[in-house]
Design a protein around this ligand. Sequence first.
Ligand SMILES: NC(=O)c1ccc[n+]([C@@H]2O[C@H](COP(=O)([O-])OP(=O)(O)OC[C@H]3O[C@@H](n4cnc5c(N)ncnc54)[C@H](O)[C@@H]3O)[C@@H](O)[C@H]2O)c1
Length: 342
Amino acid sequence: MFKNKKVLVTGGCSFIGSHLVESLVLDGAHVEVVDDLSSGCLDNISSVINKIEFIKGDLRDGSIAAKCTKQKDIVFHLANIHGGRGFIETHPGEISQNFLIDGNVFYHSHLNGVERICYTSSACAYPTTLQSADIARQERYLSEEMADPFREGAALADGEYGWAKFMGEMALKAYNKQFMQKGVSCRLFTVYGPRENESHAIIAFIAKALTQQDPYEIWGSGSQDRNFTYVSDIVQGLKLATTKITDCRSVNIGTNEITKIIDAVRVVCDLVNHSPDKFNCDMTKPEGVHARAASTKNQNLWLNWEPEVSFQEGILKTVNWYRNHRTIEEMKNIVSNKLFDR
Ligand SMILES: NC(=O)c1ccc[n+]([C@@H]2O[C@H](COP(=O)([O-])OP(=O)(O)OC[C@H]3O[C@@H](n4cnc5c(N)ncnc54)[C@H](O)[C@@H]3O)[C@@H](O)[C@H]2O)c1
């Protein structure tokens, strides 16, 4: 599917984007990356920098989107103003600029005749009511049809970030309805792995454990759960979805392994030999929805695929990477000052 194709990766210097770029280069694609380096960095793509084209540009500017979507077969659209829970809850105005980025990328991809668009949406597109602690209202496994802008009761996305993703999906689908644009929206579920930063839960847990934080601070009750999905599985899911889905529908990309936050913290602490005397659950900090996990039914059916990396295995790889990535002093500084950054 990707060999000799001209592929644009927007936001290709990001955590997920950089892994995708490396994988596409291995597949033999001609890859161009556009990124404004606001949270991504060139270091992330250093292993392939001589094999790709890189454009530094801001996709809020339509002329940048027009330029980089020219003569492309496939666009993977990842560029986004985004961060962990602390960032998205405190930067709603910046997050809302994602409407602009998505609008520009879809419009110019369409004008330039891009064959397929893969849009990285999010589990945040799902109604928050379905993810509450109240078992009577909660859906344990979120299935694609449960978030639908045209069905009453199926639209209550998770904050400005979730609404922008949800509307991005709707816009892409509209290009399909009217112009027969091919593509897919992938709803990614809580991704983690090497190159993620501390504004996201798993890397923050590792930084706190390696710096021997005690009492160990957990945002919220610790009883919230997620299905943490390792980045290599996400890359595989994005590529398969782009190959197999063309009608711009949405598909979940995530594992069905559910882990409570407190259990994830314990796994991390065990791995780095940190035994805090106390866990302090800080209810003043943002904790996100209570229960979030993907239904993998359609992922299996449509992609004939499921993620391969277990939580235990993925965490080990991530801890090993992170230990070599920062000094303890840097970790301490980030843990005390920068968890709301991106
Ligand atoms: N990490 C997760 O758990 C997760 C979950 C669901 C969806 N996603 C989506 O996956 C994509 C990649 O996320 P990520 O976690 O790897 O890191 P990220 O969100 O930081 O990546 C976004 C990238 O876009 C670039 N960017 C931001 N604004 C830009 C602009 N105006 N013009 C050009 N480039 C710009 C950033 O520099 C960065 O490289 C994003 O769209 C994100 O919303 C991530």
